[in-house]
Design a protein around this ligand. Structure first.
Ligand SMILES: [Zn+2]
Length: 252
């Protein structure tokens, strides 16, 4: 079905770079069309009223016109400005990481309303001052689950037995948790404390609006956060390698 010549959609500004004398090229996560790159013309001119609407991390309502290479943002209105995400360093760095993850995991023009809702909830949680490390940890687990790459946290990925509340092992390369009996066979698996194990399971199961309210010590939060990040890196590496691998096979 051909795309309509103009369309209206909610969007989150994931990235932006200056282009030409007064334009900006933005990477948007839109509700209707998934991730896409679009051009905002003239927004760096002082007289432009659109410029402020299209700042990084803003949640906006936009009207886009289909262009030959890039669609053109013709109108925009701010839904949530998330100003604190640009003004408070700790929140800014976490918001950047969130946006980068979405950018790397989501394919262009593949509608992903669940990812949109998660990204919005994540930015809202950071903006209202929830513990950024826990927000990101939860965001990663939920994002991976929504994309079909979530780690297995309830059954051992080796023997499929239900995991017990004890020290189990985490192996991103094998897809999740290993029970103490299976762990020795996987050299890259590492111990996960019971606290971190419970934290990951809790964050995976709860909503971003409540997840980061859990009270955990610094060490447990660090451990859980490292595990989530390791897992994301592992997924991204596999994803990055796949096209290269295919190209190599095709090249003979
Ligand atoms: Zn096992």
């Amino acid at each position: 079905m051909p795309r309509p010549r103009v369309y209206r959609t909610e969007a989150i500004v994931l990235r932006g770079s200056n282009y030409g004398e007064a334009d900006r090229i933005l990477t948007l996560l839109t509700l209707k069309q998934g991730k896409l790159r679009a051009i905002a013309k003239g927004v760096r001119r002082a007289a432009s009223h659109q410029g402020g609407h299209l700042e990084l991390f803003n949640h906006v309502e936009t009207l886009l016109a289909v262009g030959r290479e890039l669609d053109v943002i013709t109108q925009s209105e701010v839904r949530h400005p998330f100003r604190s995400l640009r003004e408070q360093l700790d929140r800014t760095s976490h918001a950047y990481y969130l946006a980068e993850l979405v950018d790397r995991l989501v394919e262009e023009r593949a509608p992903a309303p669940e990812v949109f809702a998660l990204a919005l909830a994540g930015l809202q949680a950071l903006d209202r001052g929830d513990e950024p490390r826990l927000v990101l940890c939860q965001f990663q687990l939920r994002l991976l689950a929504a994309s079909g790459f979530g780690p297995e946290l309830f059954q051992c990925v080796g023997c499929r037995a239900e995991l017990r509340p004890e020290v189990n092992f985490f192996s991103p390369a094998s897809g999740g948790m290993l029970c103490p009996a299976c762990a020795p066979a996987e050299p890259l698996a590492y111990r996960l404390s019971l606290g971190a194990f419970k934290l990951l399971r809790h964050l995976r199961r709860t909503d971003l609006s409540e997840g980061a309210r859990v009270r955990v010590g610094e060490a447990v939060s660090r451990e859980g956060s490292h595990a989530a990040r390791d897992y994301v890196e592992c997924v991204l590496e596999r994803k990055l390698r796949a096209p290269e691998f295919i190209a190599r096979v095709e090249g003979g």
